[in-house]
Every structure is written in structure tokens, then in C-alpha cells.
Write a protein that binds this ligand. Structure first.
Ligand code: 6LW
Length: 520
């Protein structure tokens, strides 16, 4: 017996999709403007998850140009069919909402490489793909209703996919417009066939506190779909905002080899008031079937904090699935850049990475010299040893990143008397100083000590004590404060005023050290 301590993937891992091949499970999440895009996780028991690769790994695979934060890659679906992995997704260009962004990629090895995209010519979000047992393939997705009855009403459409021509049929059926009158954003559709009946599962009411999971069924893939009287079959919205987990929704179902059923879904852990700096995370819930309908978390009706998986090996106590700790090496798959590969600005030598500025800064929707990892724990020390060799106008250091317009930088700048370190909050695009100190020359260590909402921004010089340069507040950086879809990332960066300049920074050691709640 193995035990999942929810969330199964802590940190910003929203919109999970899952499939099984024999005894192997594969899971994928949205990644928005981050690169590489769409991480693939593998598990043999639903408890222990390891990242094995990414789907979007090549600069020429997708065009991320100009995609503002919280645009980009939304809600993928992964399936296995006919010896191949199929993944459908959308790239969203926030300034071009009608640009058709739905695409299909395939791979024989889920670790990659994945193919170049086949563009399906359809707009809207949250595509999914269903392989019927008669060999037919059905593509489905969500869009704002063409003839809406209310604001933000969406519709789920289905079209047949022809794998020979790699095109969708012109014939389209709208199969769902929401389980309740007035409901917004019926989205994240997935079709399944169970015991000869077609099931449509959707997320509804928006990916915030009212989020929920609904289930419908039909005798034909194109409907008509009948909603379950128990809808929504999973939600936390009736619990109010004073609970530990909110926003349960956007689920995908999988049947285990032993016949048991499970759902992965997103939800948010709140702390420090009604805020969720870690973003939307991936949770696991057991599912049973009664009278031809799925029951989520039977007898409990909400995401259980702990889930027993009968066919899993016992996990070492205290180890959270997918959680990270220790030293983060340059080739670690957790690293992300923005909108393009790191080879534009990073050179790896051994365990060090040298960063040189690009033409972009962290305030631009481009590819600044930034390497980041998700904040996955509310209490954690992120500390980085830097050896700066900066030229005039350059700045290098750590960042707590929500997006271009909202982030906190702890950056070193050269002056006539050596370096100064400055803490700055860029809030809705406006910079506010949080503190500064003189730090002389040479190597130093910068740190973010996250303790709930409070981030202490620290600087330690070799042979000298640690100073706290300033504090930042997580509740000014999460999506409750800023809008958008993302949790926070911690990163290292170098940028310049104007021209990039000739200097650089060597990042010699990066540590991400979760602090147990009892010691925080
Ligand atoms: C995604 C939508 C949603 O496309 O949020 O949770 C959007 N639901 O389904 C971005 O993650």
C-alpha cells in the first residue's frame, strides 16, 4: 500500500492530464510562457512521480514571440493509441485571441523527442482527443459560445479527426454549454467510453474558487449528453474561502491495471489570507462508479489530504511526491527559461552556469537571461552563490517571478565603490524599492527565505554575516493580486539597461531547501 500526500505535484502544475500504458502512467501540465514547455511525468503507481522530459523542447517547434505572461501553453491532453503518444494543446497569444492555436504532437517515447505540431485550424482552448473502439478519432475543445446567452458562456464542440489527411472534418457538433444556467467557462472537456457509453467530463465556473468538475453521458459520441443529477461531482466551492484547499476542478480520469479508477485534478492551497502563491497544483482523488456515474472521493466528497493507493509501494515517510530539495544542477529538468532555450544566454561548465544578458529584461515579454524553478513549498530557502563580473548598467541576482509586470528582484549592480545589492518590487509594471546595501567586490550568496507570506531577501558575503536587504509579501505576487494563471518561480537572472554589455555572472551553486512547517 502506498500513500499519496496531496498535492501529488506541488507548485504550479495546473490542468493535469493523464494516461496509462500497461503499468506506466504519464502526466502532463500547462506551462504558459515557460520553456521547455509541457513537462512529462512518469509513475508506475500514481504515488511516485519522476519528470522524464518535456514536449516542447526546440526553439522552432512553436512560436512564443511576444507571448505575455499567463499566455502560451494551456491545458494539454495526453493519450496513448496505436503504439504512439498523442498530445493536443493550445498556444494562446493574448493579443490575438482568435488566432487558431490548437495543435497535435506525437511521440513514440513520451520522454521525447515529440514531433513538430500539426495545426488543426481551430481556435479556442482546452483541446482533447478521444479514440473510439471503432477506430474513429474525435477531437474536441472549448470556445466562447458563438451565440452566447450570457457573458462568458462557452461551448464544447466535437469534430472527427482524419489521421491520413491530418485534418478535422468540417462537420461539427456542439455537445455541451454548461451544467447550470448562467454557468461560465464550461471547459477542459475530456471524452471517455466506459461500458459502452460515452462520457463527457468538463471543468466549469472558472478556474478560481467556484471551479468544479461535471460529468455527462450519451449513447453517441456527438450526443445528446445528459448531465448527471449529482453535478458538480467534485468541487470545494461550497466550503467557502476559509479552508486549506480551494478551486478543485479540471480533472482527467484514468483506469488502473487492477480496474480501479482515479482522477487527477487541479486545486490551490491557500495560506497567509486568501492567497495561493504556489499556484494551481496537481492532486489525486480515488473514483468509483455507481449506477453508471463516477463518484469522486466516495464517502468524503472533497480532495482527501491523504490517498491510499493499494497497488503502490510504500513511500518513505515525509517525502512529498514530485517535491524537490537540495542542490539544483544545470542539467536539472526543473529549470525553465522564458519563451526560448537557454543557449541564447547560458554556458554550462561543470556545475556552474555563466549568464550573459540578452536584449530583453524581466519586464519584457521576450527571453531575458533567466533560469527559474517553481516555488513548491510555502516555507523554503532558495540560495544561490554568484560570482559577478558586471559591466556598467548590468544587474544580476535573484527574482521571485509572477510575470513581466509583477516580480521582485534582488539584484547586484556595479558602482564606483564596488557592488550594491538592491531589492525592488515591480508591481503592476511600477518599480518600488524594498531596500539596498553596499556589498563590495567578489563572490556572494543571495537568498530568498520564504516563510508563508513573508520573503526575506538576504545577502551573504564570503567571510561576513548575512544581511536582510528587504522583505517581499507573497500576497502581492499571487494571481489573487495580479490576475493570470501562474504560481511563483524563483530564478537567477542578468539584465542590462539598454545594450546588453560585456559582463556576465557565474552561478556557482543553487540550493532549494524546503523547511518543515514545524521549523518555520
Ligand atoms: C485552462 C482552463 C483553465 O485553459 O485554466 O483550469 C486555463 N482551467 O481550462 C489555463 O490554465
Amino acid at each position: 500500500m502506498g500513500t499519496v500526500h496531496n498535492p501529488v505535484l506541488p507548485g504550479c502544475y495546473p490542468d493535469p492530464s493523464i494516461c496509462r500504458v500497461g503499468d506506466d502512467y504519464y502526466l502532463v501540465n500547462s506551462t504558459f510562457e515557460y520553456f521547455p514547455g509541457l513537462p512529462i511525468f512518469h509513475s508506475t503507481d500514481l504515488v511516485h512521480w519522476t519528470q522524464i522530459g518535456h514536449v516542447i523542447t526546440r526553439a522552432d517547434q512553436l512560436d512564443y514571440t511576444g507571448i505575455a505572461s499567463s499566455g502560451g501553453l494551456y491545458a494539454p491532453t495526453i493519450r496513448f493509441h496505436d503504439g504512439m503518444f498523442w498530445l493536443v494543446c493550445t498556444i494562446v497569444y493574448p493579443d490575438q485571441p482568435n488566432r487558431p492555436g490548437n495543435f497535435l504532437v506525437t511521440a513514440t517515447d513520451p520522454a521525447g523527442p515529440w514531433s513538430d505540431p500539426i495545426w488543426l485550424g481551430t481556435a479556442g482552448i482546452d483541446p482533447s482527443i478521444f479514440f473510439d473502439d471503432d477506430g474513429r478519432i474525435w477531437f474536441h475543445g472549448t470556445r466562447l459560445a458563438l451565440e452566447p446567452q450570457w457573458h462568458d458562456q462557452t461551448e464544447v464542440w466535437v469534430r472527427e479527426y482524419n489521421p491520413v489527411t491530418q485534418r478535422l472534418s468540417d462537420e461539427e457538433t456542439v455537445i455541451w454549454r454548461g451544467a447550470q444556467l448562467g454557468v461560465v467557462w464550461a471547459e477542459g472537456p475530456h471524452l471517455y467510453k466506459v461500458d459502452g457509453r460515452y462520457y463527457l467530463m468538463t471543468a466549469e465556473a472558472g478556474t478560481e474558487i467556484h471551479h468544479c468538475v461535471c460529468i455527462m453521458r450519451a449513447d453517441s459520441v456527438t450526443g445528446p449528453y445528459e448531465g448527471n443529477r449529482a453535478n458538480p461531482v467534485m468541487t470545494h466551492r461550497h466550503l467557502g474561502s476559509k479552508v486549506d484547499v480551494v478551486g478543485a476542478g479540471h480533472a482527467d480520469l484514468v483506469q488502473a491495471a487492477d480496474g480501479s479508477w482515479w482522477a487527477v485534478l487541479l486545486a490551490m492551497r491557500i495560506y497567509g489570507g486568501y492567497h495561493y502563491p504556489l499556484g494551481r497544483e496537481t492532486f489525486l482523488v480515488p473514483v468509483t462508479w455507481e449506477d453508471g456515474w463516477p463518484v469522486f472521493a466516495p464517502g468524503v466528497g472533497r480532495i482527501p489530504p491523504v490517498v491510499e493507493v493499494p497497488f503502490a509501494d510504500a513511500a518513505p515517510l515525509g517525502v512529498a511526491q514530485g517535491a524537490i530539495g537540495g542542490v539544483v544542477c544545470p542539467d536539472d529538468p526543473r529549470w525553465n527559461t522564458l519563451r526560448g532555450p537557454a543557449d541564447r544566454f547560458a554556458t554550462i561548465s561543470g556545475t556552474s552556469v555563466r549568464l550573459r544578458p540578452t536584449d530583453d529584461t524581466l519586464s519584457d515579454p521576450g527571453t531575458p537571461a533567466f533560469l527559474g524553478i517553481r516555488q513548491q513549498h510555502r516555507n523554503v530557502d532558495f540560495q544561490v552563490s554568484l560570482n559577478p563580473e558586471l559591466s556598467a548598467g548590468q544587474e544580476a541576482g535573484l527574482v521571485i517571478r509572477q510575470g513581466e509586470r509583477d516580480h521582485v528582484r534582488l539584484g547586484i549592480r556595479p558602482t564606483a565603490e564596488g557592488y550594491t545589492v538592491n531589492a525592488v518590487h515591480c508591481q503592476a509594471g511600477v518599480e518600488h524599492p524594498l531596500g539596498s546595501a553596499k556589498v563590495g567586490h567578489g563572490s556572494l550568496q543571495l537568498g530568498i527565505k520564504a516563510r508563508g507570506r513573508d520573503y526575506a531577501l538576504t545577502c551573504t558575503r564570503i567571510g561576513a554575516g548575512e544581511i536582510v536587504v528587504g522583505h517581499a509579501d507573497a500576497s502581492t505576487l499571487d494571481t489573487i493580486a495580479t490576475g493570470g494563471f501562474l504560481g511563483l518561480w524563483f530564478g537567477v537572472y542578468i539584465q542590462a539597461d539598454g545594450q546588453p554589455g560585456t559582463g556576465s555572472v557565474s552561478v556557482d551553486k543553487v540550493e532549494y531547501l524546503p523547511v518543515p512547517d514545524s521549523e518555520a
